[in-house]
Design a protein around this ligand. Structure first.
Ligand SMILES: CC(C)(COP(=O)(O)OP(=O)(O)OC[C@H]1O[C@@H](n2cnc3c(N)ncnc32)[C@H](O)[C@@H]1OP(=O)(O)O)[C@@H](O)C(=O)NCCC(=O)NCCS
Length: 336
């Protein structure tokens, strides 16, 4: 996959430190070995060093010795992260004794490493639920300045290059914010254009915020929200090509766009599709993946102050490798 080659090349040129809290999980460990062998990123594994080294030799992994291993249960720097966690969460009612326990939780410690600048990004989720990966990221790393919420994008890659940027479309939000407000939806549109451009090389993102209505064809409060989201998006990024509200056919098909949304600089040529809710986005990407045979790369979490990505529990070693490379690219983009 050409896009993946360029993502890996970019990661190798500017190696980032990626923390993997599930350091004793088989696919994670095998992916870490491959990443280290190919020089794609520097790796920090969380877990018992004895167990990690034992598993590495059991799996015949030759590169794990190049990783930094931190044992959350026996961490000489734990006080630093306890202090940081309290600084961030005491106002929210976190008690010192709870902080002592939380820094032993690899999913919390990983976010604290990123927040402290001791790692550039995190990948987890091969064995933990999405919500448990996202919660500490929301609480500790938080949304980045300018983003109103966290969202999850999928790069949909089609064999047929009729639609999108060279046969690729970015879909969002498919993973994180169940019912966005108009402001949040507008922000998801802007942040998604950024992901399309900085990570996937869409030189001219054209963002459609979608609905079941095109330019007033239907009236409903949910349509009004999408129109409002479009106005917020234009306010946040006046130079970006964004249009709302568009139906999917008006967003993608030039002949439909001509009759339903004449004069739009996005309709008929959209390459970033923003769905009005998580339900629509999650159902939409799965339908396209299954029925159209598109490859779905993601979810790529966007809108956080530093990158954290969540794996599917059914992921393969290759999926983990790809996600680490994407996370490294997001870390590079976040610093620019
Ligand atoms: C991640 C999730 C579990 C958080 O739920 P929760 O623990 O009830 O979260 P809360 O509402 O208590 O919020 C916890 C913190 O996260 C923040 N937060 C919640 N949702 C957020 C979002 N979408 N973007 C940014 N921050 C968010 C809250 O502001 C809060 O921060 P604070 O404690 O500093 O005030 C929930 O948003 C979720 O289930 N999302 C969908 C994930 C999912 O299952 N996706 C499946 C598709 S792959």
């Amino acid at each position: 996959m050409a896009i993946l080659d360029s993502i890996i090349a970019r990661a190798k040129q500017n190696k980032q430190r990626i923390v993997l809290p599930e350091g004793t999980e088989e696919r994670t460990l095998k992916a870490a070995d491959q990443i280290l062998a190919e020089g794609i990123a520097n790796i920090i594994l969380l877990g018992s060093p004895n167990e990690i080294n034992k598993l590495a030799s059991e799996f015949g992994l030759k590169n794990i010795s190049k990783a930094t291993i931190i044992d959350p249960e026996n961490n000489p720097n734990s006080q630093k992260y306890i202090d940081l966690l309290l600084q961030l969460r005491q106002r929210k009612g976190l008690q010192p004794e709870q902080a002592v326990e939380l820094v032993k939780d690899p999913l919390y410690l990983a976010c604290l490493l990123v927040k402290a600048g001791d790692a550039d990004g995190e990948v987890a989720g091969a064995k933990n639920y999405t919500g448990n990966v996202l919660r500490p990221a929301f609480q500790i790393i938080k949304t980045r300045q300018g983003a109103k919420c966290v969202s999850g994008a999928f790069l949909m890659i089609f064999k047929d290059k009729t639609y999108g940027h060279d046969g690729m479309l970015l879909f969002a939000d498919c993973a994180a914010t169940p019912v966005p407000t108009a402001e949040e939806l507008g922000s998801i549109a802007v942040v998604s254009a950024g992901t399309a451009k900085s990570i996937f090389g869409f030189d001219d993102p054209k963002v459609a915020i979608m609905s079941f209505s095109t330019k007033g064809s239907a009236k409903h409060e949910t349509v009004d929200k999408v129109i409002e989201a479009g106005n917020f998006a234009k306010q946040y990024a006046p130079d970006l090509k964004i249009d709302a509200e568009l139906q999917a056919d008006a967003a993608l098909v030039p002949s439909v766009a001509k009759s339903k949304a004449p004069g739009s600089e996005v309709a008929g040529q959209a390459n970033v599709l923003v769905f009005p809710s998580l339900e629509a986005g999650n159902i939409g990407y799965k339908l396209v993946q299954r029925l159209a045979g598109a490859e779905a790369l993601g979810p790529i979490l966007q809108g956080l102050a530093a990158p954290v990505n969540d794996l599917s529990r059914g992921c393969s070693v290759e999926d983990v490798v790809k996600m680490i490379a994407i996370t490294a690219n997001q870390a590079i983009a976040a610093k620019q």
